[in-house]
Design a protein around this ligand. Structure first.
Ligand code: TRP
Length: 331
């Protein structure tokens, strides 16, 4: 019996290289060794975008195309749309009893988002409780592993707390411990050198970027502002091109040699950017090709989502039935 992966993303915009190194790469690597379910978390996205459901709706198919573009194989991985699996929301309601408001307030990811979005005293209850819904996503599939970005670790912790509490309270061993899996790189910086690549900061390289856009973005990367002439000695720390070479260049020795050269002086940013561009183009080009292929047949993409959702629904329904039995909600 294969172990299970449950993972997913909010369809709030196109996926970028941060998603790729954070989790997509792991998902592609593991898809044959695990039974993998990949959820497009449109309902969770709505906890933030409820005033603009159209935006979320439009992005569902785009995220599916991102998945296909990076090489997730729809014959092996099961893609599904969260909102179309109502069992998840039933589970959420029962799990809600197992979490305190104080505990949710302490969830670091939630805390950050509330601060960033300036929600203060007007936090929608739906948004506040989305970590419980995320626990339901994961526990509905009794997942062993959740490949996600680093910012999702607190969600996995909270999921395990709910699982343990459920097992203890209702004297069952229905749920097991789930593990997060974060890409080696951790968090990828944006092209502006800010701590995080993100759509809202406008510093992202998208998986669907054209060759021309990619070139523009690599050329715009933050370097060493004091490195004015090629002969000047430069600083490697915080130099975004080097940060990216560290992540994407397979030849670590050459990267170290380039760093030494840059520090000494005599190495221009143009050379580094050209090298990085080639590497990133090598990563994005096959994605672009796959995206184009699948885009020609959107009926097939929709069919992948439809059949995946049907399959996912059966699994979630079985768990819901087990949960109700454990709680004695059977009439
Ligand atoms: N919170 C995740 C994100 O922001 C999306 C998500 C929803 C998810 N449910 C999940 C991720 C379950 C992993 C497992 O992208």
């Amino acid at each position: 019996m294969k172990k299970t992966i449950l993972t997913g993303d909010r369809p709030t915009g196109p996926l970028h290289l941060g998603h790729y190194v954070g989790s997509l790469q792991n998902r592609v690597k593991l898809q044959n060794d695990y039974k993998q379910y990949v959820l497009i978390a449109d309902a969770q996205a709505l906890t933030d975008y409820y005033e603009n459901p159209d935006h979320v709706r439009k992005n569902v198919e785009q995220v599916a195309l991102d998945y296909l573009a990076v090489g997730l194989d729809p014959k092996v991985s099961t893609f599904f749309i969260q909102s179309q699996v109502p069992e998840l929301f039933e589970l959420t309601f029962y799990f809600m009893n197992l979490v305190t408001v104080a505990r949710l307030e302490r969830n670091p990811t939630l805390k950050d988002e509330i601060r960033q979005k300036n929600m203060k005293d007007s936090i929608p209850a739906g948004f506040f409780t989305y970590p419980v819904s995320q626990a339901a996503d994961i526990l509905a599939f009794n997942a062993d592993l959740v490949p996600v970005g680093e910012d999702q670790n607190p969600m996995i912790e909270q999921t395990n707390e709910i699982a343990r509490r459920f097992n203890h309270l209702y004297k069952t061993d229905l749920f097991k411990e789930v593990k997060a899996m974060v890409g080696e790189t951790g968090r990828l910086t944006g092209i502006d050198g800010k701590a995080k690549m993100s759509k809202s900061l406008g510093n992202a390289i998208y998986l669907g970027d054209s060759a021309a856009d990619l070139k523009k973005k690599v050329n715009a990367m933050y370097t060493d502002p004091n490195h004015l002439k090629v002969e000047d000695p430069g600083t490697v720390e915080g130099h975004v091109v080097f940060t990216f070479l560290d992540v994407f260049d397979p030849n670590k020795e050459e990267v170290e040699a380039l760093k030494a050269h840059y520090r000494r002086g005599g190495l221009g940013d143009g050379v580094l950017k050209k090298r990085l561009l080639e590497i990133l183009e090598g990563t994005l080009a096959p994605m672009r090709t796959r995206r184009e292929e699948y885009s020609k047949d959107m009926a097939y993409v929709r069919e992948i989502l439809r059949s995946g959702t049907e399959e996912a629904r059966q699994v979630a329904a079985k768990t819901l039935s087990d949960v109700k039995k454990a709680m004695g909600i059977v009439y």
